[in-house]
Design a protein around this ligand. Structure first.
Ligand code: GMT
Length: 378
């Protein structure tokens, strides 16, 4: 198949998932065309089946807001025609689903019929999409997609709850390339972070409010009093200054490292003992799954789709949103009991196997086939 993939090229989970999906499809012999405004961060290796088309948004003094959606729809039309694409798969509804609808209508006028698959990822539904400024367009363009997928049961329910969706939403859970994440931590790297053999806790995200990273700092503040440990913050975003000043206030700065945005997550995850995800909402929590694949237990909230991946008392623990004391207790107990920690590490790996790339990517391929069967040849 010749597949167009539209996504955000950034470190966010939707872009990561879309890029990994495109790479996996290319490995299976499909021709994959990424259409984005920048090279996706995880698109970092050569593959003869992968093509990248940059969306250029020319500016003009009149434009306070350059019309990205128009540029995207036009680029979609151009790429679809010139590369004879069979199908367009857009990740994150805003504005990708409505741009795809526009492109589809333009192509229909030229006798070309292309199915559009929209994958909902989370905040496009639960946060941004629900805002009434966007909701009518989001509802319309989701309904106009030929197939709709959500990355968790929870996100599917949320979508039906907040939007008037007339079609079936199929759940295709996020995935991880287990083989890539299953590696031994580099000792030299571990020694740099934890020179005295301290435990290593980790959090990785875009540091937005929804992640509640101050809770991560507070949990670590409690843990470090009882267990010699270090905290690695991976990623960056608006809440970083607040986290830093809280760490200073609690007098734990020397034990915390902010390592910024990282591409090789598998290398970083491999040195961690425990992953903390304190979000107010996660449709899925791809980063937690990647941690599990690396054999790292997860202490998380029980928000959104997190209970679909983190098994309480087996792969980690879950608590209510903001329940710092409980999450701290769980972390201290687990890090103080080597046998239990080892068992949880194993359980985390076993659980991540259920979401391995080799099980999930065929689900997308089957959906594409189904869409192509239903579309009349133009
Ligand atoms: O987590 C974020 O804020 C980034 C966001 C995105 O769309 O890039 O992630 C969402 O999609 C991921 C991949 O499907 C999910 O694993 C995340 O849980 C989801 N984030 C939220 O729902 C907050």
């Amino acid at each position: 198949m010749r597949i167009g993939i539209v996504c955000y090229p950034t470190f966010g989970g939707s872009g990561v998932l879309a890029t990994e999906l495109g790479k996996a499809l290319a490995d299976k012999g499909h021709q994959v065309h990424f259409i984005t405004y920048q090279q996706p961060v995880r698109l970092n290796e050569f593959n003869a089946n992968i093509f990248y088309h940059e969306v250029r948004v020319p500016t003009y003094p009149l434009f306070d807001y350059p019309p990205y959606e128009t540029a995207l729809a036009s680029t979609m039309v151009d790429v679809i025609i010139n590369n004879k694409l069979d199908l367009l798969h857009v990740h994150y509804a805003i504005p990708h689903a409505s741009a795809a609808y526009m492109a589809k209508q333009i192509l229909l006028k030229q006798g070309i019929s292309i199915p559009v698959v929209t994958t909902l990822h989370g905040t496009d539904i639960t946060l941004v999409g629900r805002d009434k400024t966007y909701a009518p367009v989001v509802t319309f363009s989701i309904n106009e997609s030929d197939a709709i997928t959500a990355v968790s049961d929870n996100l599917r329910e949320e979508t039906y709850k907040w939007f008037k969706i007339e079609k079936e939403i199929e759940v295709i859970h996020n995935f991880v390339d287990v083989a890539r994440f299953r590696r031994k931590g580099i000792d030299a790297f571990r020694r740099v972070i934890a020179p005295q053999g301290e435990r290593i806790l980790m959090h990785a995200s875009n540091f937005r409010k929804i992640k509640r990273i101050e809770d991560v700092v507070r949990i670590f503040g409690n843990v470090v009093k009882k267990v010699p440990s270090k905290l690695l913050f991976v990623g960056d975003g608006p809440e970083r200054p607040a986290a830093e000043s809280l760490a200073r206030e609690l007098g734990i700065c020397d034990h915390i490292r902010f390592v910024g945005k990282q591409e090789q997550m598998e290398e970083i995850m491999a040195i961690a003992d425990l992953f903390l995800l304190t979000s107010e909402y996660e449709s899925f929590g791809l980063v937690a799954l990647e941690a599990m694949a690396a054999g790292v237990p997860v202490i998380s909230t029980n928000a959104g789709g997190l209970p679909e991946i983190n098994i309480h008392g087996e792969t980690g623990y879950m608590s209510g949103i903001g329940d710092v004391e409980n999450m701290s207790r769980y972390a201290i107990d687990l890090l103080s009991n080597q046998a239990q920690l080892d068992q949880f590490k194993e359980n985390a790996k076993v659980q991540s196997d259920r979401f391995d790339i080799h099980f999930i990517v065929p689900q997308y391929e089957a959906l594409y086939e189904k869409c192509l069967d239903h579309i009349p040849v133009g």
